[in-house]
Design a protein around this ligand. Structure first.
Ligand SMILES: Nc1ncnc2c1ncn2[C@@H]1O[C@H](COP(=O)(O)OP(=O)(O)OP(=O)(O)O)[C@@H](O)[C@H]1O
Length: 344
C-alpha cells in the first residue's frame, strides 16, 4: 500500500519557487491500478517521483507498506526502492546492450547465479511477449517492443509497485492498447500495484480502477473511474471527459449558431446521461409513448468503462414546459441525468 501524507514539493530555481505538488494526501491500495491525470505542468511526474523518492518531498510522509521512506538510511532506502519499478515515455533502455542484457541489468551484483539470471530473464521476456528479440539491440526494436523490454526490466527485481510515467505517450493508439493490456495482465497475474501518469482520459478508461485529477499541484478530484466518468465534479475533469467524446461538439454548434441546432417554437435540446442497468431499458421509446413526444437524436456516445456501459445522448424534442418537467422528473427517478442545453 502507498500512502502519501501532506506531500509537497517545491523547486527553487533562479530564486523562483515552483510549488509543483501541494499538500497531497493519497492512499493507493495493494494491487490497484491507479491513474494520475492532468495537463502539462500539473505536477503529475513530480508527485509520482515522490513515491520512489526520485524527488524528495519538501514536506510530508511517503509510506510504502507502512514504512516511511523519508526516515530510512541510504542502504535500507536502496532495498525498499528495489520494490518500486518504473517505466518512462522514452523507455530509457541501455542502447549498447541487447534485450537480454537490459533485462538482466538490475539483477547484476546481487549474488544471483548466471543460470538463475538467465531463467528469470527468459521468463520475463516470455511474460511480456518478446522472447524472439533476445539478442536484438534497442535500436532494432519498435516503440512498443522497447516498452515491453522496459516493463520486463522493471519487473526483474520482483517489485510490488510499478510506476508508469507517460508510458504510452510515444506510442500509436494500437500499440498503446497492447501495452495497456500487458500492464493489466501484469497487474492480474502478479498482483502488482500500478500507478499510471497520463494526460489521456482514454488510458484511464482502459485500465484504471481509480483516478486522481491534478491541477496546479493539487489533487482536485479523486474517485473510482466509473463515478469520475458518470458524475465528474471538477471543471478540469469535465474538460478531460469531453475531450474523449464527440458530444462536446454540441456546444461548438450552439456557439457557431449552426442550422443543426436552430430551434423552432417549442423545441428544446436535452442531454441525457445514463449508465449501468439503465442502458438496457427502452427509455426513449417509453417516454415517447407515455408523454407523446418524439425525441430525435442529434449525437450519441456510448462507452464501456470497467465493464459498465456509460451512455450520453443529445436529443431535440418539441415539448411544453409542464410535460418537460414531468419527463425530467421521470428520467431523474430512473437515475438518468437530464440537462436542458438549449430552449427555442
Ligand atoms: N527539477 C525541477 N526544477 C524546477 N522546476 C521543476 C522541476 N521539475 C518540475 N518542475 C516544475 O514543476 C511543475 C510540475 O512539473 P511536472 O513535470 O511534475 O508536471 P507534469 O504534470 O508531470 O507535466 P508533464 O505532463 O508536462 O510532464 C512545472 O511547473 C515544472 O516546470
Amino acid at each position: 500500500m502507498i500512502q502519501l501524507i501532506d506531500v509537497s514539493k517545491t523547486f527553487i530555481s533562479d530564486n523562483v519557487s515552483v510549488h509543483a505538488v501541494k499538500d497531497v494526501n493519497l492512499t493507493i491500495d495493494q494491487s490497484e491500478i491507479f491513474g494520475v491525470i492532468g495537463f502539462s505542468g500539473a505536477g503529475k511526474s513530480t508527485l509520482v517521483r515522490c513515491i520512489n523518492l526520485l524527488e524528495r518531498p519538501t514536506k510530508g510522509q511517503v509510506l510504502i507498506d507502512g514504512v516511511d521512506l523519508l526516515q530510512l538510511k541510504e542502504r535500507d532506502l536502496r532495498l525498499h526502492r528495489q520494490k518500486i519499478g518504473m517505466i518512462f515515455q522514452q523507455f530509457n533502455l541501455l542502447a549498447s546492450r541487447t534485450v537480454f542484457e537490459n533485462v538482466a541489468f538490475p539483477l547484476k551484483h546481487r549474488g544471483i547465479s548466471k543460470d538463475k539470471i538467465k531463467e528469470k530473464v527468459l521468463s520475463l521476456l516470455d511474460l511480456v511477449g518478446i522472447s524472439d528479440k533476445l539478442c536484438s539491440y534497442p535500436s532494432q526494436l519498435s516503440g512498443g517492443q522497447k516498452q515491453r523490454v522496459a516493463i520486463a526490466r522493471a519487473l526483474a527485481s520482483d517489485p510490488s509497485i510499478l510506476l508508469c510515467d507517460e508510458a504510452t505517450s510515444a506510442l500509436d493508439p494500437q500499440t498503446t492498447k497492447s501495452i495497456l493490456k500487458l500492464l493489466k495482465d501484469v497487474n492480474r497475474k502478479l498482483g502488482i500495484t500500478i500507478v499510471i501518469i497520463t494526460h489521456e482520459m482514454s488510458v484511464i478508461k482502459e485500465i484504471c480502477h481509480r483516478v486522481a485529477v491534478m491541477e496546479n499541484g493539487n489533487v482536485v478530484e479523486l474517485n473510482d473511474v466509473i463515478s469520475t466518468f458518470s458524475n465528474p465534479q471538477a471543471s478540469i475533469t469535465k474538460d478531460f471527459i469531453n475531450s474523449t467524446s464527440t458530444l462536446s461538439r454540441i456546444d461548438e454548434l450552439i456557439q457557431e449558431k449552426s442550422d443543426i441546432v436552430k430551434l423552432n417554437q417549442g423545441e428544446r435540446i436535452w442531454r441525457l446521461d445514463f449508465y449501468g442497468s439503465e442502458t438496457k431499458e427502452p427509455i426513449i421509446a417509453y417516454i415517447s409513448n407515455k408523454y407523446n413526444i418524439s425525441p430525435s437524436i442529434i449525437f450519441a456516445n456510448v462507452e464501456v468503462v470497467s465493464d459498465t456501459v456509460l451512455g450520453s445522448i443529445i436529443v431535440l424534442v418539441t415539448v411544453s414546459d409542464q410535460i418537460e418537467k414531468d419527463v425530467i422528473q421521470y428520467l431523474n427517478d430512473k437515475q438518468i441525468k437530464v440537462e436542458v442545453i438549449k430552449y427555442a
